[in-house]
Write a protein that binds this ligand. Structure first.
Ligand SMILES: [Zn+2]
Length: 357
């Protein structure tokens, strides 16, 4: 009987594992690889020698050799990782740039930083202007009950003003009607209720935020848009205060050559109500296509708080009076930056946004 070609396998394997452990660089490992596991390795020549065995013996020896090969290949893989790790640590150490307390150990690939969305930056600018005029900034929920979105604002069920807004209703399986707010006005109700509960009137606040209406997007409408509203409740507030705040805001935000004007309007929650227009920002009042040759652009609505709203929140209209105003932040950004199509504001195309850096 001829001796098995694998008689020396254990000691041959041990020798291979020792030689792998002795490899000290990745280059040495690459050079030795063919003689450890490759075509020129002892493992490969043992494999060839199995061809002379009887089928049954060949199968057993093959499995034995396969096991030994797997062990050697695993050891080689681990050694490669160890050496790669060591080499990286060494090169980081060599490239280390010592700047006193600051140590630069790796160079980062530059990352594009993007640009704030125009609506977000416009909102911040508007908040800054109003804070400069003495207003605080208030926040409110985007999902509201029918009471806050409509009824407390003097818009009872079946009131024709509800037809002005195609509303998104939220089905929470509750008896109460819940909607995505169609305007930021519900925050006014929250503010007044809180002020009454805490006995903390007066109020001088602006409330920016996201609103939703079932609009089809076009160049001047988005189903999700942003408003900012202002609310003043104090003693002795008159329509002149409202006109003064709007005029001051317009000049501070759009520039000294842009004026504001009020003309009669209708809103359920204010009485009297006024729409406010500003000098066309495109033609500066000369008359152009955007302003239909009038020299004026409509920006928002305003008015003195309706007594019915005071009643809803429990404020004594004999002691307090106030006004509210509001306008679209998206529309404001569109006017300020002369963006033809409002949809560009939400596409977040950085090529568009970079123009405003
Ligand atoms: Zn114009």
């Amino acid at each position: 009987m001829t001796p098995s070609p694998l008689a020396e396998l254990d000691s041959q394997k041990a020798a291979l594992l020792r030689s792998i452990a002795a490899l000290s660089t990745l280059d040495a490992l690459r050079e030795s690889e063919p003689t450890i596991t490759g075509k020129r390795s002892i493992l490969s020549s043992l494999q060839k020698s199995l061809g002379s065995l009887e089928p049954e013996a060949r199968r057993d020896a093959g499995a034995q050799l396969q096991e030994a090969r797997r062990e050697v290949e695993d050891a080689l893989l681990r050694r490669r990782e160890e050496l790669a790790h060591a080499q990286r640590a060494e090169s980081l150490g060599a490239d280390r740039l010592d700047l006193g307390d600051v140590v630069v150990s790796a160079v980062r690939v530059p990352v594009s930083m993007g640009h704030p969305n125009l609506v977000a930056s416009t909102q911040r600018e508007l908040e800054d202007v109003f804070v400069g005029m003495g207003f605080t900034v208030a926040d409110g929920p985007e999902v509201e009950s029918d009471w806050y979105n409509f009824e407390a604002l003097n818009i009872p069920p079946a009131h024709p003003a509800r037809g002005l807004w195609d509303t998104f209703y939220v089905d929470l399986g509750e008896p109460e009607t819940v909607v995505l707010r169609t305007h930021t006005s519900p925050t006014q109700i929250h503010l007044m209720e809180t002020a009454v509960a805490n006995n903390s009137l007066p109020i001088h606040s602006v409330m920016p935020g996201r609103c939703h209406r079932r609009d089809t997007p076009d160049s001047s409408h988005l189903p999700t848009f942003h408003q900012i509203e202002g609310l003043v409740v104090d003693r002795g507030i008159t329509f002149a205060d409202l006109a003064g705040v709007i005029e001051t805001f317009t000049k501070s935000y759009f520039g000294a050559d842009i004026a504001a004007r009020l003309r009669p309007g209708y809103f359920p929650f204010t009485e009297p109500s006024a729409e406010f227009e500003i000098t066309c920002t495109i033609c500066r009042g000369e008359g152009c296509r955007t302003c239909s040759q009038t020299g004026w652009l409509e920006l928002g609505g305003s008015g003195m708080l309706d007594p019915a709203v005071f009643d809803a929140v429990g404020i004594d209209g004999n002691e307090w009076s106030g006004f509210a105003f509001g306008f679209g932040i998206d529309r404001c950004a569109q006017m300020r930056y002369q963006v033809g199509d409002m949809r560009a504001l939400i596409e977040n195309d950085t090529r568009f946004l970079r123009q405003f850096s």
